[in-house]
Design a protein around this ligand. Structure first.
Ligand SMILES: *Cc1c(COP(=O)(O)O)cnc(C)c1O
Length: 410
C-alpha cells in the first residue's frame, strides 16, 4: 500500500509494526523486535498490557465520549490519584491541587501557558525556558521550545518567550525582570539529549521563583509517571512546582495529556477560559485509571530505578559506549567516535533496528533508551547484545539478527 498521500513531515518509516506484547514488537514480515523506545517514552507498561486493554475495551463498549458539558465516571479517581502522586515527593505540597485534561503534550503545555498568563496578569506574561528544551509543536509550545532552528521556518513566533542556558542559575536569574510571570523547565531534557537538571539547580530555581513571586512550571511530559525512578522527575530535587504538565506515559498509548496546578494558581481558570472537545473523555480516562492502578501496584518508580541501574551497567560495559546519562529508565548512551566510525547515532539506531532493537538517535552522537517497566533482565541483556553487534557492524559487515524466534517463520 502506498503512503504517497501522507504528508512527508516524518520522512519514510523503515518498518511497519503490526503487533506488540510487553517489551516486544512484531513487524508485517513476522520479525520480532525488542522495544527500548516505547513509542517515545509512552508505553511504560509495555504493549497490549492486559489491564489497559481490558479498561479500554470495556469503556469503548460502554461509553466513549460525552463532551465536557457532562461529568463522567472514571475522572474522580484519576484526579485524586494524580494529585496525590504529584505531591508525594519529599518537598510535596500539603494542600491538594487541581487538574485539567488535554489530549496531548503540546496541548498540556498550551494550557499551562494560558493558565500562567491568566494567573500572573497583564504585563507579567513573559515565560523563561531553557535552550535545548522541547515543549511541543503547536505555535506557543514551539515558541517555548528552546531550539531556535525549529522556530525559523514558522516565524514570527508568538512573543513573550525568553531562553536561557539550561542548568545555569545565574543565566536564569539574569533573565528575570518584572515582565516574567513563569519559568518552564524539564527535570531531564528528553528531546534535547536526555540531559538531567542538577538537583541544586532546580532547588535554586524554586527559591528564586518564590522570592520573586514567579510561577515555576515543570514539563514532566517525558519524565513523569515513574520513568526517572520517582513519580515525577522534580521529586529527585525535593521541590514542588506550581504547575506540572504530563502526557506521554499517562494513557500508555491512548492519547491524553494533563496539567496540574496548585489550587490557588488553578483558580485563575474559570468557566470559558479554556476547553477541548475531546479532553477528559471517558475512554481516555478509563485508560489513565488503569495505568495509574498498574503503575502503583508494581511500584513503578522502584522498578524503573532498579532496571535503569541494570541497563546503565550493561551499557557502560559495552565497547563503543562512552558516557551514559539520564535517570531511571530514561537513558542516553553517548557513542564513541571510534565506534561510530563516521556514522551518526541515527545510523546506529538503523543498524539496531535491522538487528531487532528499537531505539533512537536523540542527538547526532547519542542513542536514547527508554524500555518499558515490564522489560526483563534477559531482554535488557539481549537488547544490549544487539546494540553491541550494531556498533561492531562497521567492521564485520551488515548486522545479522541474533536470537531468531519461531515468530520469524511467518
Ligand atoms: C513529547 C514532549 C512534548 C510534546 O508532547 P506531544 O504529545 O508530542 O505534543 C512536550 N514536552 C516534552 C518534555 C516532551 O517530551
Amino acid at each position: 500500500m502506498s503512503r504517497a498521500a501522507l504528508m512527508n513531515n516524518y520522512g519514510t518509516p523503515p518498518v511497519t509494526f503490526v503487533r506488540g506484547e510487553g517489551a516486544e514488537l512484531w513487524d508485517d514480515r513476522g520479525r520480532r523486535y525488542l522495544d527500548f523506545l516505547c513509542g517515545l517514552a509512552v508505553t511504560g507498561l509495555g504493549h497490549a498490557h492486559p489491564a489497559v486493554t481490558e479498561a479500554v475495551a470495556s469503556q469503548a463498549s460502554t461509553l466513549i465520549h460525552t463532551s465536557n458539558l457532562f461529568a463522567n465516571e472514571p475522572t474522580a479517581e484519576v484526579v485524586e490519584t494524580l494529585d496525590r502522586l504529584i505531591r508525594s515527593g519529599p518537598g510535596g505540597d500539603a494542600e491538594s491541587g487541581r487538574i485539567l485534561f488535554q489530549n496531548s503534550g503540546a496541548e498540556a503545555v498550551e494550557a499551562a501557558l494560558k493558565l500562567a498568563r491568566k494567573h500572573s496578569g497583564r504585563g507579567r506574561h513573559a515565560v523563561v525556558t531553557a535552550y535545548g528544551s522541547f515543549h511541543g509543536r503547536t505555535l506557543a509550545a514551539l515558541a517555548a521550545t528552546g531550539q531556535p532552528e525549529k522556530h525559523e521556518p514558522f516565524a514570527p513566533m508568538p512573543d513573550g518567550f525568553r531562553h536561557v542556558p539550561f542548568d545555569d542559575i545565574d543565566a536564569l536569574v539574569a533573565a528575570l525582570d518584572p515582565s516574567v510571570g513563569a519559568v518552564l523547565l524539564e527535570s531531564v531534557q528528553g528531546e534535547g539529549g536526555v540531559v538531567p537538571a542538577g538537583d541544586g539547580y532546580l532547588q535554586a530555581v524554586r527559591e528564586v521563583c518564590d522570592e520573586r513571586g514567579i510561577l515555576l512550571a515543570l514539563d514532566e511530559i517525558q519524565t513523569g509517571l515513574a520513568r526517572t525512578g520517582r513519580w515525577f522527575g522534580y521529586q529527585h530535587a525535593g521541590i514542588q512546582p506550581d504547575i506540572v504538565t504530563m502526557a506521554k506515559a499517562l494513557g500508555n498509548g491512548v492519547p491524553v495529556g494533563a496539567v496540574w496546578a496548585r489550587a490557588e494558581v488553578a483558580a485563575a481558570f474559570g468557566p470559558g477560559d479554556h476547553g477541548s472537545t475531546f479532553a477528559g473523555q471517558p475512554l481516555a480516562l478509563a485508560a489513565v485509571r488503569a495505568v495509574l492502578t498498574e503503575l502503583q501496584a508494581m511500584d513503578a518508580p522502584a522498578v524503573a530505578g532498579r532496571l535503569g541501574a541494570a541497563l546503565r551497567d550493561l551499557l557502560e560495559s559495552l565497547d563503543g559506549v562512552g558516557t551514559v546519562r539520564g535517570r531511571g529508565l530514561l537513558l542516553a548512551a553517548e557513542l564513541s567516535e571510534e565506534a561510530r566510525a563516521g556514522r551518526s547515532a541515527k545510523d546506529i539506531a538503523s543498524a539496531c533496528l535491522e538487528g531487532g532493537l528499537v531505539v533512537n538517535g536523540v542527538t547526532p552522537t547519542a542513542l536514547r533508551l527508554a524500555p518499558p517497566f515490564v522489560v526483563s533482565a534477559e531482554q535488557l541483556a539481549e537488547g544490549c547484545a544487539i546494540l553491541a553487534a550494531a556498533l561492531e557492524s562497521r567492521r564485520s559487515g551488515p548486522p545479522t539478527r541474533i536470537d531468531p524466534t519461531p515468530d520469524e517463520r511467518s
